[in-house]
Design a protein around this ligand. Structure first.
Ligand SMILES: Nc1ncnc2c1ncn2[C@@H]1O[C@H](COP(=O)(O)OP(=O)(O)OP(=O)(O)O)[C@@H](O)[C@H]1O
Length: 210
């Protein structure tokens, strides 16, 4: 379980988000909110990519501020619009991230197949379409042994088959490895494809269980 208390995120003197307490269990949470509500800000702060205040920690005490390396190893984030250096291949990026995260043997190849990237993952990223780039970013988010995966608008640019593969993957990781997923999406949720543990609403500078 991931718990937040007295969480605050400021941009300069502007308070972007304030959350007194919030907890996430294993499973998938749909994070809703209007444009500019603060979803990306929330995800980036939870991922340790933006500074924030307060306590964000796991059950075993591993915390964002006290154990930044151990915490970040457990929290992966996939951007809404991923960009990578164009000269690197998907294979380069998977190998690099796999090494940094001590990913299990064979996991990279397994993700390449799961996200149907075999045809292109050995070519430079600058040749990828936006959907191809998106699949790479999603595969990277699953690489390693994360406890929490933050997916910012994962459905945009994905075709129907890729979407189904992603939902299967999320369901399996949530059920078998107790992974928590926070998923932001402006698209209508499809509960028959992916049942959710909860829904969160980002509005009025806070995040609440809806
Ligand atoms: N670097 C920044 N400096 C100052 N304000 C920022 C910065 N980044 C975002 N904001 C502001 O924080 C608020 C939340 O932005 P954020 O990108 O988190 O929203 P969002 O919910 O992800 O929006 P969308 O659905 O449009 O992607 C907005 O008012 C935005 O203008």
């Amino acid at each position: 379980m991931l718990s937040l208390s007295n969480f605050r995120k400021y941009y300069g003197s502007h308070l972007a988000l304030s959350i007194d307490t919030l907890q996430f269990q294993p499973g998938a949470y749909w994070v809703k909110g209007e444009n500019g509500a603060g979803k990306t800000t929330f995800f980036k702060a939870l991922a340790g990519l933006l500074p924030c205040q307060g306590t964000v920690q796991f059950d075993d005490g591993t915390s964002l501020h006290a154990h930044p390396v151990a915490y970040r190893r457990r929290v992966h984030y996939a951007e809404a619009e991923p960009l990578y250096p164009g000269f690197l291949t998907g294979k380069d990026l998977l190998r690099f991230a796999g090494k940094a995260r001590q990913a299990p043997e064979g996991q990279q190849q397994e993700l390449v197949e799961a996200f149907a990237m075999s045809r292109y993952f050995e070519t430079p990223c600058e040749t990828y379409s936006s959907g191809m780039m998106k699949k790479l970013s999603l595969a990277l988010a699953f690489l390693g042994s994360p406890t929490v995966i933050l997916l910012d608008e994962p459905l945009i640019t994905l075709d129907e088959q890729a979407r189904r593969r992603l939902f299967d993957r999320i369901r399996t990781a949530a059920e078998r490895q107790n992974v928590t997923f926070l998923i932001s999406s402006h698209q209508l949720w499809e509960p028959e494809l992916l049942p959710v543990q909860g829904v969160c609403q980002v509005a009025n500078q806070t995040v609440v269980a809806a």
